[in-house]
Design a protein around this ligand. Sequence first.
Ligand code: DOR
Length: 444
Amino acid sequence: MSAAVSDRVTLVFRGVRAIDPALGLDATCDVVVEDGVVQAVGAGAGDALVGSERARVIDGTGRWLVPAFVDLHAHLREPGQEYKEDIASGLAAAAAGGYAHVCVMPNTRPVNDTRAVTELMLARAREVHGPTLHPIGAITVGQKGAQLTEMGDLREAGAVAVSDDGVCVMNAQVMRRALEYASHFGMPVIQHAEDHDLTSGAVMHEGAVSARLGLRGWPRVAEDIIIARDILLAEYTKSRYHAAHISTLGAVRLMREAKARGLEVTCEVTPHHLLLTDASVIGYDTYCKVNPPLREEQDVEALVTALADGTLDAIATDHAPHSPLEKECEFDAAAPGLMGLELCFGLLLELVHAGRVPLTRLLHALSTGPARIIGLAPPSLRLGARAELCLVDPELAWSPGQVTLHTKHKNTPFMDRVIRGKVLLTLARGEVVFDAVARGGSES
Ligand code: DOR
């Protein structure tokens, strides 16, 4: 990550395409960031600063300046599994990926089911010059699905939501109480929707490919059945419900219907579920093992359509680093999960380049959409806003395998992919937390 030296230098983005869908802004102009705040946006706004000693002028030609991203779903593994990732390496990866805010899931060791663990995470994040970290507390003690956590304590300590991600809250009574309890503290309940009885022993999507490979499959209905139940519970309890990493066309349909009925339900999708199908598993590539599993073409189609029409509120990375110990083994034994913080934006720009998703929708789902779900003021190019911005080169071709990545492990099937579009610089909390402008996109 870049040093803090240049943090408070005035930045002038010259002739950049400034895009902020929430403001209806899309213009080629100058953007001036002074004292960590967006001071001016407009043609010639930086003229007076060119040549000034206190200003750094960054050529914006052919580049975009957009609100920095907000990830609702990352596994940074600290405390307890620092050999996979830690808060410093995870936040460095997030900065390189264009993120100003990262929510971290509670499936750490110990589980983040207490104020002490939440506070520890926040203290570790404060030592890092990087994006802001937001802990997500567990719904149940030890993520065991039985006893609710002290959600008021978690909230007071800094948690922004509750989730048992990695496991599903299977018991409907526990889920009902969780929705009621969390709503007292203004927190959404984030569900990992998987009926564990229907997925027992499953390691990939259930379909023609799993049959051919001889691997136990997890059927779509295992996800849909939980989402259907939870929507009914959210309606009954009048509370906020968020479905993590939805992956099936049925889940899309259920969410669309629930939203049309005016319920306060939201959902997220991962880059891998938007780009890959279960056919990727044909070579038994453990980097394609993930939970929920990669689905079929029709699911991918439904998810892309839902991103384009706004049914999907957020794109979440589900950044889940694992060491070779957990991935260089037979498919059945491998841990599920892909790392993704540094690749997400570039990978998904593919959908924009292909004309399948409008750029404004992609940017919304990466920033404003997720910010709203956790009650965060969305990153913005508004005058006077704290600068949480991201400079990107939409045309720069690169490959993850050819740059220095900050995450500790490279568990992704996208390592050799030629990606068109890259983050060059990230501002979080008004400070530069990633800077690869001088190196044309690759950080040393
Ligand atoms: O693939 C996954 N990996 N899905 C999850 O829900 C958890 C995550 C992890 O923690 O590795």
